[in-house]
Design a protein around this ligand. Sequence first.
Ligand SMILES: Cc1cc2nc3c(=O)[nH]c(=O)nc-3n(C[C@H](O)[C@H](O)[C@H](O)COP(=O)(O)O)c2cc1C
Length: 200
Amino acid sequence: MPSRDEGIALLRRVSSRRSTPPRHLTVPGPTDDEIRMLVRAAARAPDHLHLKPFRFQVIAPDMRESLADVFEAAERELDPAMTGEKLERARKKAHHAPVLLAVISRVQENDAVPEIEQRASAGAALGYVLLGADLLGYGAMAVSGRRLTTRAMRSAFGLAGNEELLCFVGIGTAAKGRGEPPEPDPDLLQTWPPITGQTI
Ligand SMILES: Cc1cc2nc3c(=O)[nH]c(=O)nc-3n(C[C@H](O)[C@H](O)[C@H](O)COP(=O)(O)O)c2cc1C
């Protein structure tokens, strides 16, 4: 159990997290043990009735070229006329970041746990992975794009009918710092019932 001072230091760290685009992530990336630590943290995301509304797939390091093939197939599916440079750009993204983690959201029919709660749970799990990566000293970023919904991607990731690819998380060593994050919106926290102009 961290002391309160350690807790405050951790919270400061959480409050200053920034994303690093995958193209700016270099080696070293997290080790297998570290990836397992991140997924363990994600497993502590709030999860009503423990429905496990998310799962992860780590892209095998020697399968990036196969992932590039899938990205290309996905782009062709979205735009059969796509050629050359654009396809090459899509393929390249499969090679960014030393570690790529696919985040899969899974919604089950449940009277007590509506869809919004299950999606929120997957979002929280993603957040824990990003925070965990930051705490281990890595840069990371969630990335998505229209290609995630294609048949090519769904088939490559073996998604069941109630599953969706939420995003990929690129994790690695940040080649350059991102600076301080913007100040949170002052309206982020308000009292209820609302008192005009008052923030905490
Ligand atoms: C599920 C999910 C998918 C995202 N996909 C993209 C994306 O494809 N491209 C992008 O620029 N940002 C994407 N973002 C936002 C970035 O991950 C990041 O949060 C944003 O650039 C703000 O940077 P910051 O985290 O440093 O504030 C996504 C965020 C989430 C939660």
